[in-house]
Write a protein that binds this ligand. Structure first.
Ligand code: FAD
Length: 401
């Protein structure tokens, strides 16, 4: 950073700190409802500081969001990302990059406050890693689109007001070119949400069926046939939302392992070495994510977001496995059993056994670790590309089961 840039950063930081102070004085978090607090945080531009003014931001460097979080959270402020994980991490940046002014004004504030939950309707039974192969179709009928098809693994669809939907609007184009991105009202007639149970016993995600669902054209995000561009924005932000977290040193998953160690259990020198190695990996990931967030000058993550995604998936699995081993026989049984539950939040852990089971999904959700490695190989390291035989032929001609 040059001296001028450093001075500008300090001025921006002082401005951000001043606004944080104003917010805490106006609405002490411990005496204020979460929606009211977050609404004011958004209006002051402290929602996502790198977003434009009037859209929850101040047009500043995304690195300054840490300053906001480190000032507000210790004072007891509610965590917007926790209340609406998919909307916050993926919906909002996609809206800002591709939405109309009207859409941004309509959706961003209630998304940030958590009054309107969002879900992501990308994966289908025949299109997961190859999401561009999706088959849910949308056909224009006057000023509305009629949508038919099925999505799967849709996290929090049971709570969502809005869904980020990608559908095929031109089957005669190659797969990446014939898709369009919509915001769909999950309460519209013809949307059916069915629970899907996970290994934990909970149904955090769902199948979603669309039968003649009508979406007004003004809820289209981006141009017709240009859905892949907005899809990439969502996916790149998703990797960072899942794997790019910057907890305090020693916090997060690794804190559970340290706590289990301190509480006793099957401890020996070998396990102590293992714990130390895991702690070091957690710290390396944390520092890697700090560096990545500081390099992200424009706020739009690039392919390097796949580093944190892949590393955190492996690490979470290893830490949670270590913790249940430490618990011995007790680690084999979930203390709260396997009751069918419909969680209000995604990717949370309630006890080490549940965390162990839930972490298995980390290398699948948000793009598998194999796909993350493909992205890193091709787009960061410049290695030869994956085989893509169907890239240039019309989607309709691609054989599918
Ligand atoms: C807990 C959880 C929550 C989820 N939430 C959502 C959500 O809210 N919204 C949503 O749209 N989706 C969601 N997903 C779906 C997720 O994005 C997909 O499961 C994921 O992209 C993989 O797709 P797939 O399951 O169809 O597997 P497939 O794509 O069929 O992959 C099967 C296996 O083949 C490997 N593979 C596939 N292609 C390649 C390749 N080119 N090179 C190397 N290996 C390859 C994969 O890595 C994997 O091991 C969620 C998944 C989970 C587990």
């Amino acid at each position: 950073m040059t001296a001028v840039a450093t001075a500008a950063h300090l001025t921006d930081e002082a401005r951000v700190l001043g606004l944080c102070q104003q917010l805490l004085e106006e609405l002490p978090p411990k005496e204020t409802g979460a929606v009211e607090f977050l609404g004011r945080q958004f209006d002051l531009g402290l929602g996502w500081v790198h977003f434009p003014e009037g859209q929850g931001g101040l047009g500043l460097s995304p690195g300054l969001q840490r300053t906001v979080n480190e000032t507000l959270l210790p004072a007891g402020a509610p965590i917007a990302a926790f209340r609406n994980v998919i909307g916050h991490g993926m919906g909002a940046p996609t809206l800002v990059a591709h939405g109309t002014e009207k859409q941004k004004a309509r959706y961003l504030r209630p998304l940030f406050t958590g009054e309107e939950i969002w879900c992501q309707l990308f994966s289908e039974p025949g299109a997961g890693s190859d999401v561009a192969g999706l088959a849910t179709k949308a056909v224009l009928d006057g000023e509305e689109w009629i949508v038919n098809g099925q999505k799967v693994w849709t996290t929090l669809a049971h709570l969502a007001k809005w869904g980020m939907l990608v559908a095929r609007t031109d089957p005669d184009q190659p797969k990446h070119k014939g898709m369009t991105y919509f915001v769909v009202d999950m309460e519209a007639p013809g949307v059916e949400v069915r629970p899907l149970y996970q290994i934990t016993g909970e149904a955090e995600f769902n199948e979603v069926y669309f039968t003649d669902v009508r979406i007004p054209d003004e809820e289209r995000l981006g141009a017709v046939g240009e859905g892949w561009r907005a899809t990439l924005t969502t996916l790149m932000n998703e990797r960072v939302a899942i794997g790019g977290g910057i907890p305090a040193k020693g916090a997060g998953f690794i804190a559970e392992a340290v706590k289990a160690w301190k509480d006793g259990g099957h401890r020996d020198t070998a396990r102590k070495n293992e714990l130390m190695a895991l702690w070091v990996r957690a710290e390396v990931l944390r520092l890697t994510n700090i560096r990545a967030s500081q390099l992200r000058a424009s706020g739009t993550p690039g392919p390097e977001g796949s580093i944190g995604k892949a590393m955190s998936a492996d690490l979470n699995k290893d830490i949670s496995a270590f913790t249940v081993h430490l618990l011995g026989a007790e680690g084999m049984l979930k203390p709260d059993g396997y009751p069918m539950a419909r969680p209000k939040h995604a990717m949370q852990w309630t006890n080490p056994q549940q965390a162990f089971l839930r972490a298995r999904a980390n290398s699948i959700e948000g793009g598998t670790t194999e796909i993350a490695k493909n992205i890193l190989g091709e787009r960061v390291l410049g290695l030869p590309g994956d085989v893509r035989n169907d890239k240039d032929i019309p989607w309709i001609q691609v054989p599918r089961s």
